[in-house]
Design a binder for this molecule. Structure first.
Ligand code: OMP
Length: 211
């Protein structure tokens, strides 16, 4: 199963860790996924493969790949490359600057012109705050965000009782493509009998913030 292969890889590279972490949402989590630790050339190549496979399997229709600054930029580049290399899909890609540029070509978007149906590539969705910022940037440029591809769906509640993913799908009308979900991590630990103490903490966390 691709999700399990991906999680095994993330555990092996220490990208996925157990402990006590404070999230952007203020929640205290027993695990954290730090995509920035995919910091070797081989990591980018494999990461691109995992995302590209999930994107193709989802059947999502899109014109352009967008990587939100900063962490989405190398992800979007790796995905654009892998879609071309492995699936013969040659798509334009772009990213935003966080700072406005007042010389040279100007503008906050770098790469291909931001137009058409846009697929955002990002690392993780927890409460769904980061993704909303990307949607605003894409709409402001006159393009249509149609989906978001992420490595890990933490399957948590958003602002209300629904999951953050459900909110993104119904409120923003976007399709969410994920390589792996929290459920996959729980089953992986269950099936392999690994890290029983972490498994209990994951279940307790899911009972509190999951849907
Ligand atoms: P939301 O904006 O709440 O959806 O959180 C997503 C962002 O949180 C990601 O883009 C990361 O910057 C960060 N994050 C992780 O990178 N890994 C995690 O396991 C959890 C978070 C987080 O803070 O929720």
């Amino acid at each position: 199963m691709t999700a399990h292969a991906f999680l095994e890889y993330a555990l092996q590279r220490d990208v996925l860790r157990f402990g006590e972490f404070t999230l952007k949402s203020g929640r205290t989590s027993p695990y954290f996924f730090n995509a920035g630790l995919f910091n070797r050339g081989s990591d980018l190549a494999r990461l691109g493969e995992f995302y590209a496979q999930a994107i193709v399997d989802s059947g999502i229709d899109f014109d352009l790949i967008f990587g939100p600054a900063y962490k989405g930029i190398p992800l979007a580049a790796a995905v654009a490359e892998a879609l071309y290399r492995d699936h013969d899909m040659d798509r334009p890609w772009a990213f935003n600057r966080k700072e406005a540029k007042d010389h040279g070509e100007g503008g906050n978007i770098v790469g291909a012109p931001l137009e058409g149906r846009v697929l955002i590539v990002d690392d993780v969705i927890t409460a769904g705050t980061a993704i909303r910022e990307s949607v605003d940037i894409i709409r402001a440029a006159g393009a249509s965000p149609v989906g978001v591809a992420i490595a890990l769906d933490r399957e948590e509640r958003g602002a209300g009782d629904r999951s953050a993913i459900q909110e993104v799908e119904s409120d923003l009308g976007m399709q969410v493509v994920r390589v792996a979900r929290l459920t996959d991590l729980v089953t992986l630990l269950e099936q392999t009998g690994r890290a029983p103490e972490h498994l209990d903490a994951l279940r307790a966390y899911r009972a509190e913030y999951g849907v």
